[in-house]
Every structure is written in C-alpha cells, then in structure tokens.
Write a protein that binds this ligand. Sequence first.
Ligand SMILES: [Zn+2]
Length: 476
Amino acid sequence: MRRATKTAPRAAILAWEDDPKSGGKPIKRPVPRLGATPLALAITGPAVPAKRYRLGTREFRYWAAAEALRRGADFWGALLPRSTRWQPGRTLRVTLDAGVDLNAYYDRRGLSFFHDTVGRTTVYSGESPDVVCHELGHAVLDALRPELWDAMSVEVAAFHESFGDLSALLAGLQLPSLRRAVLSETGARIGRSSRLSRLAEQLGWALRQILPGSAEPDCLRNAVNPFFYRAPETLPPSGPSSSLTAEPHSFSRVFTGGWFEALAGMLAVRASSPTEADLLQVSLDAGRLLVDAIPAAPIVADYGSQVAAHLIESDAELFRGRYRDALKSALVRRGILSLQTASIVTGPGPGAKARRARRTAPAAGESHTRRLSLSADEFGFEGRALFVEAPGEARRFDVASAAEDLGSRTAPAPTLEARRFVEYLFRRGRVDLGAHGRAETRVVHPFARKTHELVPQAEDFALVRRTFDCGFDPVS
Ligand SMILES: [Zn+2]
C-alpha cells in the first residue's frame, strides 16, 4: 500500500493559474490564508468553507480569487521593505462581486470586481488571476510609492497600469505548473507570445464583443508587443488596441513590452537551456529590481526613462550588473531609454547615501510632486482654480526616452505635462464633477467612468484620483 493513502489528504482548493480563458485547467492548490502577513487581505461577505468546488459556482470563484490574491501578496510581501503597509490600512479589503459591470478597480479603500453577461456568458472579473493580480499590483505600487497616485502625467498613470500587468506576470511565474507550461509552449524562449504574456483573455474577449478593437485579438493586453516609445503628447487620446494611444492602459504596453523583453533576456543570460528553477529565480530577481528601483526613481513627466535608468542602477548594486545587457538592450530597443542617454547609467549613480535617503518617507510638508494651480475656465468653472500635483521632482539621472527620428526626446515641463493630462481627463469624461459648475458651461459625460474627482477647496477645487480602473470606456 502506498504511504500517501494513510495520511489525511492535505486540504486543497481548486484555482486558475492565470485566466479562465487561457487554455489551462483548474489546478489543486493549498488553502490560502488570506489574513497572513505581511500584506494581509480579506474578502468581504461570508466566508466559504475550503473545499474543491465545481467550476462555474460562486464557491469556486471565491477560492480562485483568494488563491490569486494570496499568491500575488506573498510574492510582493517577500520583496517589499518590512515597514510597507497597504494605503487603506493593515488589511486590504476585496469585494469579489460589486455588481453588474465589465470592470475592476483599486481605490484607496480596497479592490472591487464585477460581473456582466455578454452573449450567454457571464464574466466575473474577480475570477481571473491575471485581473486580480493586476489590481493587487496597483495596491502594492501605491504602498511602495504613494506619490504616484495623484501625479498628473500620462507616463506615471501608464506606469501604474504597467506595474499591474507586471504583477500579474510575476504572480503567474510563482506557479511551477505555469512555469513548465510557458517553457514548453515557447521552447524556453519566453519572449515569444504565450499563455504567460497574454493577459486577461476572458475579459479581453468580453470587451471585444461589446466594442471591437477595445482589446487585443487574443487577450486584453499582451506583454509581447511591438510598440516603440512615442512622446505621449503626439498620440491621440483614444484609439483601437492595434495602435498606441495616450490612454494610460494603451501607453502602458510600451513599458510592459520592454520589461518583458528584458525578462526574457535575463533568463537567457542565466542559462542557455533554462529550467523551471531558472525561470523562478529570474522572476524573483526581476521583482527585487523593481522594488529597489521604483522608490528611488523621481516622478517626472518622462517617468519611464527614470525607472529604466534606476533598474539598471539597481542591477549594478544587487547583481553586479549581471542583467545589465539584457535590461539596456530591451529598454533601448523600445525607446524607453534613448541610445544616447543609455550610456550615462553605466557609471556609478549618485552616492548610495542619497539613494537611501530617497527611500525613506518624505518629511512632513515635503512633497514628491509639485502642487500647481491651473485655471479651471476652460473646463466650465469660470474664475476658479484647479489644484493638481505636477510631476516635478529633481532628476537623478540625466536620461531621456528616444525621439521619433534621432536622439533623445526633450521632456516637457512638469506644468505643461500636468496641463495636458488634466485636459485628457476632462476630454474623456474621467472626472466626476459632482454638482459643481454651471450646467451651461460644464461638460459632464454621464456615461464615462470616473477615475478622478473634484474636491472643493474654499472657492476652488483640487483634482484628485479616485481609482485605477480597468480602462474600458463603456458604450451606453
Ligand atoms: Zn489597472
């Protein structure tokens, strides 16, 4: 008799590895302890007993979401500085079904997921580990670098979206079965399109049924994509998924694509015939680089190039430059760093002391961004001012992204960048105006989703972020 039959079977639940529509089957996983620390989580509503449930049931979805949440939080929790806390408090609260919608979002209260029926299929955004770990990524980045939240900049908002996708990719790579699947599917060349790189296949499918072109042909976003950096102000505010636009989810694909290409390069540097263990180690190293680089990278209009330079610096410090060529190659090939400025970051960065200081919380009254007063006249609020946070930190590396023709792009002034992003938000109807302003002059966009809101300040307003959502512009 086999020994295993004598011991009680370890409690297990069934969960998805990446997405209900990725082609994978549910796998058995240990029961996740949601409240474990660091990065405690709680799902609102009554708890569901830990068992293996039938696909398509609420109970199955509960444990699929719980498993993905814990997996993502365990990955980041092991890498973040010990003092890191969720912005909403000790425990991040998660609502798995907040009503009818094709959406998911993080606000500073928690994560919310929704359901909607398209054709005869009901899609629950909280059932997909890709979507769950993307939203969790927003919460993780908000804990690591809270100043990004209100910074008025396309590149900063796009980086938040990119980090969500990186979180989904890295959380997926913590599963041995998915590592084996992606190595097999790509012949160990993970830079090729695969189940791993295709994110949120099911939500992407649903969005395409409603608005063709609103998602990529085989998923919501693919980390393997051909996009080269463009100055966001040269791009339209919306467009089909086949083209790059200044909409943050669309623009996020430049950084995600460059980072994923770098990840594939890191794996190739590590081993010519990489194993599942190599892939795990590279995912951990890539996570360490992000957690090290992001707090040090100043918030500026061309934020992607600063993050890129800091990733290269972090690699020099943490891994003695082992991944330098993989990182530089991918970041230059995507134009995130211009060819000319990429050589600057090979030298030692400004002193480690200043770097450490950068990682500590800002002193009271010190702001990482720069408060700016804009005229609200053109948004229908005559004679009022609009206070916003402009991306105006001091640059640590004198680097830039690529220009379209030759050399480097000239970064816009923080004021101009903030002004452009505010116009983008108003133009696309992303600002909740509340009852403010005169009906004759204001443009309210009753059907567009709101990511920002106006907060009255005496006679004027502050424009602040409310959520990072899934970016889909609904059709009423
Ligand atoms: Zn997002």
